[in-house]
Design a protein around this ligand. Sequence first.
Ligand SMILES: Nc1ncnc2c1ncn2[C@@H]1O[C@H](COP(=O)(O)OP(=O)(O)OP(=O)(O)O)[C@@H](O)[C@H]1O
Ligand SMILES: [Mg+2]
Length: 258
Amino acid sequence: MALIQLDNVSKVFSSRKVDVEAVRGFSLSIRKGEVVTLVGASGCGKTTVLNMVAGFIAPTSGKVFLEGEPVSRVEPRCGMIFQSYALFPWLTVRENVEFGPKVNGISRKTRKDLARNYIEMVGLTGFADSYPGELSGGMRQRVALCRALANKPDILLCDEPFAALDAMTRQVMQQELLNIVSRSGQTVFFITHSIDEALILSDRVVVMSARPGQVKAVYDIDLSRPRKIDVQLTDEYLKIKRKIWDLVEEEVKASMNM
Ligand SMILES: Nc1ncnc2c1ncn2[C@@H]1O[C@H](COP(=O)(O)OP(=O)(O)OP(=O)(O)O)[C@@H](O)[C@H]1O
Ligand SMILES: [Mg+2]
């Protein structure tokens, strides 16, 4: 059975002035342990899809299922890394990371160890007692990743979590994420604007059409794992990258009426 299933899901945002049809007839199944990325033009409805899986917003029509049960509230099995970090500004880095485990009643000692490990993993050991306002954008993104991981959710929903990182840090973080989820068996649904990032991380890449977002194509990425950066020089990689690139480009142009 699919862990996540979106079944003909549509979302219209209605206000007094306009209706915005963000997502239309979106169907996708994700198995446990899969890493699936969503790529598509800005504004095509990617964040909206993730928000419906997490239960933050309800579809206008269609249904989202987790392990066969319809999502009807904010889903505790999902951990979200938001596009805009969403850290608590009044808590330090360490307190932000410990927040979820604390709410879940994890002992003080265990959550301290958890936080220390994740903070070290993302290279922020010297900043554990800093506040988010004292960090750069990329550092905040790394804290947001730690905070989501510390809850050990079954499903990690990642909304462009590495967008503000420099190229080298981004590569390191991609590898760390893969190491963690390959050990834990967690399922990852990941949004990115980088086709290279999608290809390094994914078992499958879903290309969305311009808004209203639909599934335009789904590609199985059969490149062997672990994927090191030099996979990017192989013919197989370049071939699939070209295909995805062409499709995304078409949709970006459509979304900008070019
Ligand atoms: N809460 C909301 N109220 C009204 N309209 C919304 C809301 N959230 C999203 N939208 C609209 O839905 C469409 C899709 O937005 P969404 O944030 O899902 O796009 P996206 O693919 O994540 O874009 P980006 O790549 O720029 O993050 C946009 O036209 C946006 O204006
Ligand atoms: Mg978005």
